[in-house]
Design a protein around this ligand. Structure first.
Ligand code: ADP
Ligand code: MG
Length: 315
């Protein structure tokens, strides 16, 4: 099958609407953002064997490639609307492509995202997705607005995806944990609730400590985290037993939960709204004027982290 047929067959959804004027098929797509809205644009690449195990199901790869980008838009409090997809494939495997496209399109439909273009090349399996969303001017959930006295919160639970990765080759891996790694949920609704209200926000892709560190640095503040407050799933607790392993929830990557900071006065209404949307948040610490990150164990004694999260170049 020629490249043209491949695109036609798998990546040409019917997309003409008031704001997608021209989708896949021409030299470039033409989109029409809503009037008086700003565009939020992000791009993320997944490389086989680096960002997902080589034997990940293609449907999950399709889902995740889009999900990680929608998570970035959620973390800006934007409404996702368009995506492009650059695919590098080692071979033309139609069964693989069908499953990949299914995973991608299913998540796109769920969030009203139009795939409007891309590129298809041959080489080691690599997937690059760009996502575009919109939001009112000045309402983005940025990293640089955290203020001393803010509470630090996270949606969902932490450490699940990192534990699933550690268990990848187990004969009977926990399916709930595995789904957290292979099919992350972009927290779009949570981002909307936080829009214009949270002081700062980020999605946790590289581990809580590392990503909170970006917020602290950008905002010129410090923080204290309470390790005992970190939200852990039943599946995580079940797998880890009674021992307390802080490394995974503190430093494990790939959870794609939102971390954000709120003034005291905003806590109650926002936490209630998040819970009503099925995306409860947990308070895990406090922003402070003193720079640096302090992590306290349940006994109040400081914890030190041996491995500070995942970093590609060891920095
Ligand atoms: P050109 O050589 O003009 O860049 P291409 O053959 O690369 O054209 O692409 C033809 C059309 O198909 C373009 O509209 C492009 O955006 C789209 N396209 C190519 N690959 C993909 C893909 N993997 N997913 C979605 N659209 C794609
Ligand atoms: Mg091209």
């Amino acid at each position: 099958m020629k490249e043209f047929n491949l695109i036609q067959r798998h990546f040409t959804p019917p997309t003409t609407s008031a704001d997608t004027l021209l989708g896949v098929g021409d030299d470039a797509a033409i989109i029409q953002p809503p009037p008086h809205q700003t565009l939020a644009i992000c791009v993320d690449t997944l490389v086989a064997g680096v960002h997902f195990p080589e034997d990940t199901h293609p449907r999950d790869i399709g889902h995740k490639a889009l999900a990680v980008n929608l998570s970035d838009l959620a973390a800006m409090a934007a409404t996702p609307r368009w995506a492009t997809l650059a695919l590098t494939l080692p071979e033309h495997d139609d069964t693989w492509l069908t499953a990949f496209a299914e995973g991608f399109h299913a998540l796109a439909r769920e969030h009203g995202v139009d795939l409007v273009g891309g590129d298809t090349t041959r080489g080691p399996l690599t997937i690059t997705v760009q996502a575009l969303g919109y939001l009112p001017p000045g309402q983005a959930l940025r990293r640089d607005g955290a203020q001393p006295g803010d509470h630090i919160l996270v949606t969902g639970t932490l450490g699940d995806a990192a534990l699933a990765l550690e268990q990848w080759d187990h004969p009977h891996p926990d399916s709930t944990l595995r789904a957290r790694l292979t099919r992350p949920t972009p927290r779009i609704a949570a981002g909307h609730i936080l829009r214009g209200r949270a002081h700062a926000g980020i999605d946790i892709s590289d581990g809580l400590v590392q990503d909170l560190g970006h917020v602290l640095k950008a905002s010129g503040v410090g923080a204290t985290l309470q390790a005992g407050a970190l939200p852990l799933s039943d599946a995580f607790r079940g797998a880890m037993g009674d021992t307390t392993h802080w490394r995974l929830p503190l430093a494990g990557g790939d959870d794609y939960e939102l971390l954000f900071t709120l003034a005291e006065a905003d806590m109650e209404p926002i936490c209630q709204q998040l819970a009503e949307q099925g995306c409860p948040a947990t308070v895990i610490g406090r922003i402070e004027a003193e720079p640096g990150l302090r992590i306290l164990g349940p006994d109040g004694a400081p914890l030190t982290l041996e491995q500070g999260g995942y970093s590609h170049f060891g920095d």
